[in-house]
Write a protein that binds this ligand. Structure first.
Ligand code: DUC
Ligand code: ZN
Ligand code: ZN
Length: 478
């Protein structure tokens, strides 16, 4: 089995940083050693197959993006990244594991939804992958099938309080699913927006002729995110289910989570790079020769971008620092402008919801270190260690220690990454929501289970390198 030594770097974990060499034997980390160590009299650097010089660089556990939607059927089309293209783009950006969402809809068997996702992913992924299960139709069969998912390594499920007629669960369905969560230890993941109210507001806006993409965010008012977050928290409180609220974008929703945590409730929240950096005002101001005001469709996602004047973005950064929010995932759900987003020209309700960010999450969050918003250790915690712990992968993933998978990123703090105009990324999209972003840092080398898959601007991996991660229960259960 091939051996690799990463020398001279600063190994960063969620709890500290140290100058150390990392020895990888085959797919697994064998040792973390004092720099230049000899092991049993052997000069390691002279005896391993490969030496990676990380002098002046950070050596971090590979990123884990716990919220992605490859090939998701949505809004009359399908998310444009396949498991092949999306996981390759992830690798380019220093992410070595994803947790995607298998889908079950009304009238479908949960087991069939899961099997369909295995089929899409198997043999196609560049990096390791696990699944959460979307329960889009909570009925007696679905409730009966859910506990069996745990044995399959699917230890979390997502419900939607939004999208009536598509994925929506009413409060009674939420209650029943959360009772399963309580009984099994499966983590309930919640899309917390009041869909029925939002749909009425959206219809009224369209009737008034307010059809541009910007009005997507007006219809999806923060009050309806706060209200749904509160409702989810209270039903979780009643049932005793552990709750994880996905893609939090409103500061008032964070306040609901913080208040519940202060009361001792087992609730968690995730935000995404778009809610830290982008705003409703910028979406309103967006215009191009090609698309006019429809340019704003690039940033249509749910939950929506929020007003910068109202201070949501600053509040998200603060909440990440103070642990009112615990994780950053992308909600990677890319759609091209051509043929996909443009389905909603003239009616924002028909724009497929989603932004593609999987390639940029590690860089964008490192930018928070550069600007002093979060510490270096918190960067690793938010993007790798907590996702591993939250979703039952810790030990193998999320940490550089003997016995862990050799999922490692060598990150150059003195490098630079331009997300330029045109296609400077590897996601299967005809645009980027991040065009023009300049990053003070660079993903130099990426190893997935000991194999170098990205190095110095070259992709060295292969389709099918990635394996299914059979996850355990969350470490955050009490
Ligand atoms: N939000 C999105 O932006 N896209 C897919 C589903 C979702 O909840
Ligand atoms: Zn969602
Ligand atoms: Zn999502």
């Amino acid at each position: 089995m091939a051996t690799t030594l990463i020398t001279g770097g600063t190994v960063v974990s969620a709890t500290g940083r140290t100058e150390a060499d990392v020895l990888i034997d085959g797919e697994t980390i064998a040792a973390v050693l004092a720099p230049g160590s000899h092991l049993l009299g052997t000069d390691l650097a002279a005896s391993v197959d490969t030496v990676i010089d990380a002098t002046g660089k950070y050596v971090i556990p590979g990123g884990i993006d716990a919220h992605t939607h490859m090939q998701l059927p949505f809004g009359g089309t399908e998310a444009s990244d396949t498991f092949e293209t999306g996981t390759r783009a992830a690798a380019w950006g220093g992410t070595t594991s994803i947790v995607d969402f298998a889908v079950q809809r009304y009238g479908e068997r949960v087991q069939d939804g899961l099997a369909a996702w295995h089929e899409k992913a198997a043999g196609n992924c560049a990096i390791d992958y696990g699944f959460h299960q979307i329960i889009g139709g909570v009925d007696a069969d679905a409730l009966a099938a859910m506990p069996g998912l745990v044995d399959e390594g699917i230890t979390s499920f997502k419900l939607f309080m939004a999208y009536p007629g598509v994925f929506y669960s009413d409060d009674a369905q939420v209650l029943k699913a959360m009772q399963v969560s309580r009984d099994t230890g499966m983590l309930t993941m919640m899309h917390a927006e009041n869909g029925p109210v939002i749909d009425v507001l959206a219809a009224q806006l369209v009737e008034e002729g307010k059809t541009d993409p910007y009005f997507h965010g007006i219809a999806r008012a923060w009050q309806m995110e706060e209200e749904a977050t509160h409702r989810a928290i209270m039903i979780a409180n009643l049932t005793g289910a552990p709750l994880y609220v996905v893609h939090v974008s409103a500061k008032q929703a964070v306040e609901q989570l913080a208040a519940a945590r202060d009361r001792g409730q087992n609730v968690y929240g995730e935000t995404c790079p778009q809610y830290l950096y982008l705003s409703l005002e910028e979406q309103l101001g967006a215009s191009s020769d090609e698309w006019g005001a429809f340019e704003g469709a690039k940033w249509v996602c749910s939950t929506p971008l929020r007003s910068r004047a109202e201070g949501h973005q600053d509040h998200m950064w603060q909440a990440l620092r103070t642990n009112d929010l615990q994780m950053v995932s992308t909600d990677h759900c890319p759609f091209c402008m051509k043929d996909q987003k443009e389905l909603g020209r003239g009616d924002f309700r028909a724009i497929p919801n989603g932004i593609g960010s999987i390639e940029h999450r590690m860089d964008l969050m490192y930018q928070g270190v550069v600007t002093g918003r979060i510490s270096l250790e918190r960067w690793v915690e938010l993007t790798s260690t907590t996702p591993a712990r939250m979703f039952g992968m810790y030990g193998r993933k999320g940490v550089i220690q003997p016995g862990a998978d050799g999922d490692i990123v060598v990150y150059d703090p003195n490098g630079h990454t331009s997300i330029g105009l045109g296609k400077t990324h590897h996601m299967n999209m005809d645009h980027s929501a991040w065009e023009g972003f300049e990053i003070d840092g660079h993903v130099d080398t990426v190893l997935s289970r000991g194999k170098v898959i990205v190095d110095d601007g070259a992709y060295l991996g292969a389709k099918g390198d990635g394996r299914f991660i059979k996850r355990g229960l969350s470490q955050y259960l009490v």
